[in-house]
Design a protein around this ligand. Structure first.
Ligand code: PGA
Length: 252
């Protein structure tokens, strides 16, 4: 039997002032109090991590950064190290979000450095992959996903399957209101799992969580979470509203 604990993650992107971040984090803590068997993670902007860490206190809500450098310290203007993030209470970091890939031009080789650097410091990556609309229409979805997984995770050694999370986010579904159909999502997740099984030992690969992301909302979360290989959600827009995130983490 595989046991993959559901992870519902909120990616706040470049939103929230300190006051807004504190308020939203407080609401997530209240929402999560009686949640059984599911993990909840939030990724505020860097500027709010410290304030949110205080609000989270010893609650069960996990704190993540939206990006991370590979080096412990040094001449990397504009970057934040895994050590710095751990210092303020982060246990996870989103790496390779499609906005990093497509707006800031981060490629698989750079992302691989981020993944390796984070894992070296025991910061768990939420490593994002996903095809563009053109790639899907050109029938390249699976080869793109395979390349992103193989290149992004090159050299990665996984001993604790809980310490690496993959997020499949079709680029065309992010912030557009378009969700992949459940069949498209399940198909992609099952495929990614076969690639993981080739990279890692089978019992490790079957336990690595694969989240779905891209316009997840209170209306589609139930059916998405009903799919065999969907182990959670990476939520953008709907994570910024306490009510909708509450509904999402309490999916049925
Ligand atoms: P969205 O964003 O839910 O607003 O589509 C998801 C993400 O970018 O992680």
């Amino acid at each position: 039997m595989t046991e993959r604990k559901v992870l519902i993650a909120g990616n706040w992107k470049m939103h929230t002032t300190l006051a807004e971040a504190r308020e939203l984090a407080g609401a997530v803590v209240r929402s999560s109090t009686n949640l059984v068997g599911r993990e909840v993670m939030i990724a505020p902007p860097f500027t709010a991590l410290s304030a949110v860490a205080e609000v989270l206190g010893d609650s069960r809500v996990l704190l993540a950064a939206q990006n991370v450098c590979w080096a412990e310290k040094g001449a990397f203007t504009g970057e934040i190290s895994p050590l710095m993030l751990k210092d303020l209470g982060c246990g996870m970091a989103i790496i390779g979000h499609s906005e990093r890939r497509h707006v800031f031009g981060e490629d698989d080789a750079l992302l691989n450095k981020r993944v390796l650097g984070a894992m070296e410091q025991n910061l768990s990556p939420v490593f994002c992959i996903g095809e563009t609309l053109g790639q899907r229409e050109g029938g390249q979805t699976m080869s793109v996903l395979e390349g992103q997984v193989r290149n992004g995770l090159a050299g990665v050694v996984v001993t604790d399957p809980g310490a690496l999370v993959i997020a499949y986010e079709p680029v065309w579904a992010i912030g557009t209101g378009k969700t992949a159909s459940v069949e498209q999502a399940q198909e992609a997740h099952a495929f990614v799992r076969t690639v993981l099984a080739d990279l890692f030992e089978k019992n490790i690969a079957t336990q690595i969580r694969i989240l779905y992301g891209g316009s997840v909302n209170p209306d589609n979360v139930d059916v998405l979470m009903g799919q065999e290989d969907i182990d959670g959600a990476l939520v953008g827009g709907a994570a910024l509203k306490a009510e909708s995130f509450d509904r999402i983490i309490h999916y049925r």
